[in-house]
Design a protein around this ligand. Structure first.
Ligand SMILES: NC(=O)c1ccc[n+]([C@@H]2O[C@H](COP(=O)([O-])OP(=O)(O)OC[C@H]3O[C@@H](n4cnc5c(N)ncnc54)[C@H](OP(=O)(O)O)[C@@H]3O)[C@@H](O)[C@H]2O)c1
Length: 227
């Protein structure tokens, strides 16, 4: 494949190619959402959706490292995995009233930062769960589909900071920020905050089956297809 030079980096010593997969997409996305875009600070509270996924698990580990309290969401069968990765609280992502649960856990205040990759109906819950005036919602995925928001919503319902993130655009349009993110990732790996992920490896021929499992929310962690 061809990629911008700013995005190329060596596979860390001792890592397999499959383990390095997340290093170039999921981990920089999680870190960019938390730090340069989300501006997470110690003692803040962060809501992380899909916390059992490849991006989510890394985001939980990093948010804890930066001193944040983590409220995570995941399907019920994945809660043990999420707690094991360090989340302080885990909520059922299929629960109809996630915003109410988050407000209950934060004493009515809401969270400082939302890592929003769920989309669909959960997008509205994310906006409602963010602190008015100072809360940030970094939008980088839409697993549950598109969700609308209007200027009226931002003025009268959700007075939050809405931030879009596409890591490909960060690489192309803001290589300096991407370089800082990758430098920070190297430090987090060197000091053991992030350890090599253990992806589930499938044959390429099983790709359609694996994608169906991903769509059915049945997967945990990174998935790799071996050609
Ligand atoms: N913008 C970027 O540059 C960028 C880069 C990398 C990844 N992403 C996005 O980040 C998200 C996480 O990526 P990942 O590779 O680590 O995937 P993942 O988290 O392993 O898989 C997706 C998970 O999203 C959750 N989900 C929530 N609502 C869903 C719905 N309606 N349908 C299906 N799943 C739903 C499910 O977790 P539960 O069932 O546990 O809730 C599902 O397991 C994805 O949305 C991806 O597109 C964006």
């Amino acid at each position: 494949m061809v990629l911008p030079a700013a995005a190329a980096l060596p596979v860390p010593a001792g890592w397999t190619a499959e383990q390095a997969l997340g290093l170039v997409v999921n981990w920089p996305t999680a870190l960019a959402a938390l730090k340069p875009l989300g501006r997470v600070a110690a003692r803040e509270t962060v809501l992380i959706h899909a916390a059992a996924g490849a991006t989510g698990q890394a985001a939980v580990a990093m948010a804890k490292h930066y001193g944040a309290t983590v409220i995570a969401t995941a399907s019920p069968g994945k809660h043990e995995t999420v707690l094991a990765s360090g989340a302080d609280h885990v909520l059922d992502s299929l629960d109809g009233d996630l915003a109410a649960e988050v407000l209950r856990l934060t004493g009515g205040a809401g969270v400082d930062l939302v890592l929003e990759s769920a989309g669909g109906a959960t997008f509205e819950a994310s906006l409602s769960a963010a602190k008015p005036v100072t809360g940030r919602v970094v939008v980088y995925g839409m697993a549950g589909g598109e969700a609308p928001i209007t200027n009226w919503d931002l003025v009268y319902r959700h007075q939050v900071h809405l931030i879009g993130l596409n890591i490909g655009t960060v690489i192309e349009a803001a290589p300096r920020i991407f370089g800082e993110v990758m430098g920070e990732l190297s430090a987090l790996i060197a000091n053991g905050v992030l350890t090599p992920a253990q992806p589930t490896v499938h044959d390429l021929a099983d790709g359609s089956k694996v994608l169906a499992e991903l769509e059915a929310r049945a997967t945990v962690g990174k998935l790799a297809l071996r050609p």
